[in-house]
Design a protein around this ligand. Structure first.
Ligand SMILES: Cc1cc2nc3c(=O)[nH]c(=O)nc-3n(C[C@H](O)[C@H](O)[C@H](O)COP(=O)(O)OP(=O)(O)OC[C@H]3O[C@@H](n4cnc5c(N)ncnc54)[C@H](O)[C@@H]3O)c2cc1C
Length: 423
């Protein structure tokens, strides 16, 4: 996140396929810029973690859960109008459509197509609403939001993963004029921010050898379960749309392949700082249906009112959902991001390397058997980025990664076995 007072900073692709701020002029970075970063290692105590920020911005929410954060109500369901053209249940598109139609905002800042790839753009026209649907797992930057927000007439809603939403809340804390300018935040439940290499890898696996464009990361497949989706993209060399079933590529999420190192220090699984969090319903009874179900955590009164009107108008079909089921839907993410965070921070502490603050309730230690899984996962993540950069072609890459993936699979299996026997 950039503070625009330091105009020498620019978002650039780094060597590992992530967008990051780079200094284009001489001298040191303005130290104040860092206070806007969601991974700031020395934040002001009033906004130290998600808990303090939610205490400021979501204090009216009547419920609190250690894992879900502050909220009014939890739902599961889908949008009648947008489910088919969306990645999952179409809840996000329905909410954004409702925000524009009801005039709650004049613009939505969302990730849409830009020159065949994807980036954040301001959209104002409800006629174009379905072009905003679909998940994009390629790095994007929010920087234009803060460059354009003051020129834009009216209020804006923004979609984003947890660290982006946290960055916006931090900006609002230091600049309260943004509170009315950005009155609505729609938070994606995120299991990890992927490098651009992830998209390169998927595209190569479809058979694309040169460039690709218009990637579709979530193509719903026939009548199979929600897990059975495909990836596809246009091959620039022959104009053909080529696809691959994701299940042929093995586990791309639990293994942490191509994931940003910053994600290892994020404990916000459910996007705790937005008005509505939404994600996929990875819950028995729903995940079997490939048409897609979304889950939603509603955190503010205005979001409750919008959901009520979308239900009344007949677009949203939602059921209430228990806290336990919501947690179950993201159980692996909780294991990794919350239950083992202390282990990842420990070596940094020992070597006096600063890390972002950890919430008190997540500071407990983890068992030695799970530590081994953590070490394997860390090495696998790092290697996936390094080897994609340094080996030519997917075969060389897969060969290099084989050992790391085998070790990770083996240690995880042992861990689960020991856990089952209560060891
Ligand atoms: C990096 C990433 C990781 C994710 N991890 C998980 C997870 O662990 N668990 C889970 O349940 N769900 C996860 N999701 C969300 C999930 O993949 C689907 O995006 C979501 O459930 C689709 O819901 P929908 O059908 O309501 O969305 P749609 O109606 O298809 O709309 C998608 C909306 O998301 C916006 N959008 C797409 N990509 C981005 C992006 N990168 N940044 C900001 N806005 C974007 C679009 O502009 C659009 O408004 C993740 C999404 C991303 C981008």
């Amino acid at each position: 996140m950039l503070q625009r007072s330091d105009d020498r900073l620019e978002m650039k692709w780094n060597s590992l396929g992530f967008l990051e701020p780079a200094l284009t002029g001489l001298g040191d970075i303005d130290p104040d810029v860092v206070k806007y970063c969601p991974f700031n290692k020395t934040p002001d105590p009033e906004i130290e973690t998600e808990d303090e920020l939610s205490g400021i911005f979501l204090k009216d929410a009547p419920e609190f859960d250690n894992k879900l954060g502050r909220y009014f109500k939890n739902y599961i369901g889908y949008s009648n109008e947008f489910r088919e053209s969306s990645s999952s249940g179409g809840l996000a598109t329905s909410i954004l459509n409702g925000l524009l139609i009801d005039g709650i905002v004049s613009g939505i800042f969302v990730v849409t197509e830009v020159d065949g790839s994807y980036g954040y753009q301001m959209m104002v026209d409800v006629e174009d609403i379905t072009t905003i649907s679909k998940t994009r797992y390629i790095p994007v930057t929010l920087v234009e939001l803060f460059e354009k927000i003051n020129e834009f007439e009216g209020a804006v809603a923004v979609t984003g993963v947890a660290c982006f939403i946290k960055a916006i809340r931090i900006r609002k804390y230091y600049d309260p004029t943004l509170i009315s300018k950005i009155p609505f935040l729609i938070g994606i439940i995120c299991g990890g921010w992927k490098s651009r290499f992830f998209t390169d890898f998927l595209s190569v696996k479809t058979g694309i050898e040169a460039g690709y464009s218009h990637q579709d990361y979530r193509i719903k497949e026939g009548s199979l379960s929600a897990y059975n989706y495909s990836y596809g993209a246009f091959d620039k060399s022959d104009g053909e749309f080529k696809t691959i079933k994701m299940k042929e590529l093995g586990d791309r999420w639990g293994t942490g392949l191509f994931k940003s190192p910053a994600c290892d220090f994020c404990s916000d699984v459910m996007n705790e700082l937005c008005d509505i969090s939404w994600g996929d319903a990875w819950i028995a009874g729903y995940k079997e249906d490939n048409k897609g179900h979304s889950i939603a955590i509603v955190r503010t009164q205005k979001a409750m009112a919008l959901i009520a009107s979308l239900i009344a108008e007949g677009d949203l079909k939602l059921e209430d959902m228990t806290v336990e089921k919501m947690i179950e839907s993201q159980s692996s993410s909780f294991y990794h991001r919350q239950d083992t965070l202390a282990f990842r921070v420990l070596p940094r502490k020992l070597f006096l390397i600063p890390s972002p603050p950890v919430r008190n309730r997540l500071k407990s230690n983890i068992s030695p058997r799970f530590s081994l899984v953590q070490i394997c996962r860390l090495v696998t993540r790092k290697s996936s980025l390094y080897y994609w950069k340094s080996t030519s072609g997917p075969e060389g890459y897969s060969e290099k990664m084989k050992l790391f993936l085998k070790l990770l699979f083996f240690t995880t299996k042992i861990y689960h076995k020991l856990r089952r026997f209560g060891l």
